[in-house]
Design a protein around this ligand. Structure first.
Ligand code: FAD
Length: 349
């Protein structure tokens, strides 16, 4: 549909699971690795997938271990070091011990890249022993049990990138993209007490969630809608294009029509010559944002940690300087105060 991103809205049934959650909580998914990547790892290492290996006290096939138990789509320095030792590769061991080296491989490479770049002989058990346990991936819950009984919804961006002229796929985001109705997922809830709606429903909320960062705010607004709470809410959403990337567009419109959502400010970065992001919309509305915060608003920021959250924070400092008359250090102190009072909550990744 013209979008440069593939984003999935996932609805999971919790029926008979006993699983409960609150808006703001996180759902962890234990994924499986990509079958094709695992086959290529087996081929490249010349190991038999049927070989028996043990992990802790469990005996299983190497194929199962690589598919379901071990992290193969990313590398750490320790994995590379242990691999170098296992295949007695002195040069690689030396490189792996030096933080300035192998950054390309460790940043974006996977186990297949390692095997291809540094071929060597090792046993099935040795391979298993050097790999890390497959980690559960975390996702912001995008639903509310009051509005979506027995369900949990997620908003997941599929991760795909090129490295060493081969397509690399994020484990969990690609696994969920290929699920079929009826599939059962290993999941658990991670309570997230640092990202919660204010206890008093009359408190104003400002929500800043570009991209998939908007997920918990669908949960917040669904909850407030189900409870019949009106107004006092302001959403800042941003993405690349209005036409293809306006996630949950009709739902925000409905929340607006019902009065659940008082205001929405949008930033579509690539619909015009100059890039416009949520922090620009915040600054444009600086006087009102400052006033909402003076009125006791709680501020929530969710999404990209590397750029967005920093830019939003810097913009808040500017807003406090411009509209509160603080100098930069005082503005920072004011924001620190909001953070320690639980009125400026961030969930960034
Ligand atoms: C609290 C929290 C909430 C989150 N909420 C959401 C959410 O609501 N929606 C959502 O989509 N995600 C969310 N995430 C991110 C999510 O947990 C995963 O990190 C994401 O889906 C990627 O997981 P994956 O298994 O697909 O990729 P992985 O298998 O973990 O990625 C494989 C490797 O690829 C690397 N990599 C990724 N992209 C690139 C690139 N472009 N170039 C080079 N290397 C790259 C990674 O560093 C990693 O080493 C959240 C994370 C946290 C911590």
């Amino acid at each position: 549909d013209g979008s440069e991103k593939e984003v999935y809205h996932l609805e999971l049934s919790l029926e008979n699971s006993g699983i409960q959650y609150q808006p703001g909580d996180i759902l962890a998914i234990k994924p499986e690795n990509n079958r094709r990547l695992v086959s290529e790892i087996l081929r490249e290492s010349a190991l038999n997938g049927e070989a028996r290996v043990s992990i802790k006290n469990d005996s299983l096939s190497l194929l199962d271990a690589l598919l379901t138990q071990l992290e193969v789509a990313s590398l750490t320095r320790k994995v590379v070091q242990q691999y170098a030792e296992a295949i007695s590769h002195k040069v690689l061991a030396k490189q792996a011990a030096d933080k300035s080296q192998l950054t390309h491989l460790i940043g974006s490479g996977d186990v297949l890249d390692l095997l291809v770049s540094y071929p060597g002989k090792l046993t099935a058990q040795a391979l298993v022993d050097l790999l890390r346990p497959l980690q559960a991936r975390q996702y912001s819950i995008a639903s509310s049990l009051e509005a979506h009984p027995d369900e949990v919804h997620l908003l997941i961006k599929r991760v795909e990138f090129a490295h060493e002229s081969r397509t690399h796929l994020g484990v969990a985001s690609n696994w969920v993209a290929h699920l079929n109705p009826g599939d059962v997922l290993p999941i658990y809830v991670k309570p997230n007490n640092g990202f919660k709606l204010p206890p008093d429903s009359a408190t104003k909320i400002i929500m800043v969630g570009p991209g998939t960062g908007v997920a918990p705010f669908r949960s917040f607004l669904s909850q407030r809608h189900a409870a019949g709470i009106e107004g006092n809410s302001w959403l800042f959403f941003g993405e690349q294009h209005f036409r293809s990337d306006f996630l949950y567009q009709t739902e925000w419109q409905q929340f607006k029509n019902h009065g659940t959502l008082e205001r929405i400010s949008l930033a579509f970065s690539r619909d015009q010559e100059e890039k416009v992001y949520v922090q620009h919309r915040l600054l444009e509305a600086g006087a009102e944002i400052y006033q909402w915060l003076q009125d006791g608003a709680h501020l929530y920021v969710c999404g990209d940690m590397n750029h967005m959250a920093k830019d939003v924070h810097a913009t808040l400092i500017k807003i406090f300087q411009e509209f509160g008359g603080y100098d930069e250090a005082q503005a920072q102190t004011e924001l620190d105060q909001l953070i320690s009072n639980g009125r400026y909550q961030r969930d960034v990744y």
